[in-house]
Ligand binder design. Structure first.
Ligand code: ATP
Ligand code: MG
Length: 180
């Protein structure tokens, strides 16, 4: 007879581009009016980010594997966040790029290539880089002041449930392995 052992503890983690304090301030400034008009619940400032790859609930062994994936080759690049968007089903108001930089698209691709090589299952939805600004939000149409965000690496982040919002903790940062 087999006996089910205790379920290993899992941590919900994702890889993300994490803003500096200066970029966080710019994001807040650019988004303030739109968030207010959306009537939604604003993302707490410390939670603002661009997800690169959502990995889900991982065991410590999975986490150790993920830690061995980066750094990844990429030149530094900038993301120009210049347009508001809204997903009506999830009622999310977001800030995105009308043109995603090729380096970002390539980074997401090579990240998943490396993750798949160590046993992860690739995200099936097409990559849609964005910063979630508010939830339970109505659509808002207005111009925003573009935020030009220089990117030189990415972070591994843990997400834990909170009373009002998920709580994020950066577990580790990596700089790109610059091929130049
Ligand atoms: P909550 O789910 O509590 O409202 P959240 O979405 O901020 O809060 P998580 O669900 O832990 O917290 O997600 C962490 C990050 O990963 C967010 O940027 C979220 O958009 C992204 N994410 C979550 N699930 C997926 C998924 N299935 N595919 C792609 N990205 C995801
Ligand atoms: Mg979520």
């Amino acid at each position: 007879m087999t006996e089910a052992g205790p379920k290993p503890a899992r941590r919900r983690v994702f890889l993300a581009i994490w803003p500096s304090e200066a970029i966080r301030r710019e994001l807040l400034r650019a988004a303030r009016t739109a968030v207010r008009r959306s009537g939604g619940r604003a993302t707490p400032p410390g939670n603002l980010h661009v997800t690169l790859a959502f990995l889900g609930p991982l065991t410590d062994a999975d986490l150790t594997t993920v830690m061995q994936v980066p750094p990844l080759p990429s030149p530094e690049f900038t993301i120009r966040l210049d347009k508001l968007g809204h997903w009506s089903r999830s009622r999310i108001l977001w800030l995105g790029a009308s043109r995603a930089p090729a380096e970002l698209v390539q980074l997401e691709r090579s990240l998943w290539d490396a993750l798949v090589a160590v046993g992860f299952r690739r995200e099936r939805r097409p990559y849609s880089p964005h910063v979630t600004l508010a939830r339970k939000a109505k659509s808002v149409e207005m111009d925003v002041n573009p935020v030009v965000w220089p990117v030189s690496g990415f972070a591994l982040v843990e997400s834990r449930p909170g009373a009002r919002h998920s709580m994020y903790e950066v577990l580790r940062n990596w700089d790109f392995d610059d091929p130049a």
